[in-house]
Write a protein that binds this ligand. Sequence first.
Ligand SMILES: [Ca+2]
Ligand SMILES: [Ca+2]
Length: 99
Amino acid sequence: MGESLWGWIPVYARAFGRPKGGRGDIDGSGEIDIRDALGLPGYLFSEGEPPICLSVADCNRGGNVDITDPVTVLVYLFQGGVDLEPLSVEELDECVAGA
Ligand SMILES: [Ca+2]
Ligand SMILES: [Ca+2]
């Protein structure tokens, strides 16, 4: 019984998985921190770990993911004056579909 239960957990997590930290939580850790800003350039320029979905990484809502997005996270974290807008229903659906 224990083995089959463990086998189901990843399936369950995928089916109900949603980005925990919302826009800017690029690594899906549940909070927005410096690792999110530092991880994205690695993905963009050197085949690093991809974001959990593109909507959370499009931090400035420009419609694409580029170098301005981790900069937006850095400004949000350290300078202020920038809000990371919550994901729309459509973006949440995209993230769940792509998980
Ligand atoms: Ca994070
Ligand atoms: Ca963007």
